[in-house]
Design a protein. Structure first.
Length: 501
């Protein structure tokens, strides 16, 4: 299925007018997911990713607009086709446009370009840089409109990528009225899609039915808008996301049906990176079904494609899936290497939450690990996921901590732990205290310093946790909420109340 651009009649236009028309048309086609048509619409001004646009004979303001448009298209097409260094080229072109608009004091154009520059950083996994850029752009975008909506949406995407799901939800819900006013179906569809993703991530065993059903409803809303926008890529992404929810609900037959349709849509426009993302989800479904050999082959294929794409976060995610499939097949050494590769790749681009997730999954999936390896993996996971707002991740970290404690105490791998201690490579008491402290610190952070809530998360009494902090981890006293000294009257009232209840 080949999508082409509309025929542009430009013979009656000046060079500057033609350039502006081509930029506008190309960006409209990009919003529809028609990247090849967008490239064709640029004519001889720009023919391929990596080529500098022809700005000769153009006014400086038009040249800046052309550089920005080509930078945007380079980022999207480079992402779609998996072109290495495409994001770096895109950043340079957009930055050049920003320099011009800054020189003439056009703050709105500067902000618009910063939103696009931030998205390039996000594709590379540089979440901190993307967040800073988007917040800076938002200070310049006081007026409601498509540009401000796009900036807020991308900030929510960045926070979601950083596992800061409550922050992402706050952004989306606080600005819901703005997105209701937007007439751009691509932006509105992306809003509903992102809201659904956040709801899915915030689902817990207690609220799963409600949150997942709400997520499916949001995906349906997103699909409606993407149909109107005629955006095949985004529609395929929605179907992939629904497939993920159905996997969570163990509705594997339905999940595979959605994923097959998503892959068909991506294949129709030859979207290799998109197909690889769907293959990553397909592999996760196959793992859930216990079809590990098939899962390993599909995951390996996804890793191969994403390895050439330059999208390091997506590659790290796919490596985690591949590592799980290898671990379930008992290919322990290959699985450990794969998880460690995911950790390194994510860490290199600053995607610490993804690196932490890889370290956590390494602990969960592989049993034949030395105490030193487990210790290092848990240190990384607990540090890099300390700001995560996912209830599911907190539960997984707690379970991983118990596994590590068990190993260090000799309950799992007695021989390895004993040998490590005898060789002075591991101080058992020190390691246990370190893990205990990390676990308590993370629980306090999740509970905003409340010892009562932290104790509940750790399944111990308030008194026990308070004693542990005061006796063994005094450095954590600053992490807890200030102690409210109760009067005798308060104590008697509480005691009386408890007796009467």
């Amino acid at each position: 299925m080949k999508i082409t651009s509309p025929k542009l009649h430009t013979s009656h236009l000046s060079a500057n007018e033609e350039a502006l028309l081509r930029c506008q048309t190309a960006l409209e086609l990009k919003d529809k997911g028609n990247y090849e048509g967008a490239r064709e619409a640029m004519g001889q001004l720009w023919t391929r990713v990596g080529e500098r646009p022809d700005i000769k004979r153009l006014h400086a303001s038009v040249s800046a607009e052309l550089l920005l448009s080509v930078g945007i298209l380079t980022g999207w097409i480079g992402s779609k086709e998996g072109i290495e260094e495409a994001q770096e080229v895109a950043k340079n072109l957009i930055s050049e446009s920003i320099t011009f608009h800054e020189s003439i004091g056009d703050t709105r154009k500067v902000a618009s370009a910063q939103v696009e520059l931030a998205y390039c950083y996000w594709r590379e996994g540089a979440l901190d840089e993307a967040r800073i850029m988007l917040n800076e752009a938002l200070t310049k975008l006081a007026t409601e409109g498509n540009t401000r909506a796009r900036a807020l949406l991308r900030l929510a995407i960045v926070e979601c990528s950083a596992s800061r799901y409550n922050d992402a939800l706050r952004i989306l819900t606080d600005h819901a009225q703005l997105f209701k006013k937007i007439t751009n179906h691509a932006i509105t569809g992306a809003y509903h899609n992102q809201l659904a993703m956040v709801l899915r991530k915030l689902a817990t065993p207690e609220n799963a039915d409600d949150y997942l059903q709400r997520a499916i409803h949001q995906y349906e809303e997103a699909d409606t808008h993407f149909k109107l926008a005629r955006n095949i890529v985004f529609r395929a992404n929605v179907k992939n996301n629904v497939g993920n929810i159905l996997r969570q609900l163990s509705r594997f037959k339905e999940a595979n049906r959605y994923l097959a349709e998503a892959r068909r849509l991506m294949s129709s426009i030859k979207e290799k990176v998109g197909m690889a993302q769907i293959d990553d989800t397909r592999a996760q479904v196959l793992i859930a079904e216990g079809r590990f050999k098939e899962a390993e082959a599909v995951a390996r294929s996804a890793v191969h494609v994403l390895g050439k794409s330059g999208q390091q976060c997506l590659l790290a995610d796919a490596l985690i899936t591949h590592g799980i499939s290898l671990g379930r097949l008992k290919h322990t050494e290959r699985a450990q290497f794969t998880f460690q590769r995911a950790i390194e790749i994510a860490h290199q681009v600053g995607a610490l939450n993804t690196a932490g997730l890889a370290a956590l999954t390494l602990i969960e999936e592989l049993d034949e690990l030395s105490p030193d390896t487990l210790s290092a993996a848990y240190d990384r996971a607990s540090e890099w996921l300390s700001k995560s707002q996912s209830p599911d991740l907190l539960l997984r970290l707690n379970a991983a901590a118990k596994k590590v404690f068990g190993t260090l105490r000799g309950e799992l791998k007695v021989e390895d732990a004993t040998e490590a201690i005898l060789n002075n490579s591991c101080d058992l008491q020190r390691e246990v205290l370190k893990f205990e402290g990390g676990l308590i610190q993370r629980a306090l952070a999740q509970a905003n310093g409340s010892v009562t809530r932290a104790a509940s998360q750790l399944r111990m009494s308030y008194q026990a946790l308070a004693y542990i902090i005061e006796s063994r981890h005094k450095d954590l006293l600053k992490e807890r909420s200030p102690i409210r000294r109760r009067s005798r009257r308060d104590h008697e009232s509480e005691t009386s109340g408890s007796l009467n209840s």
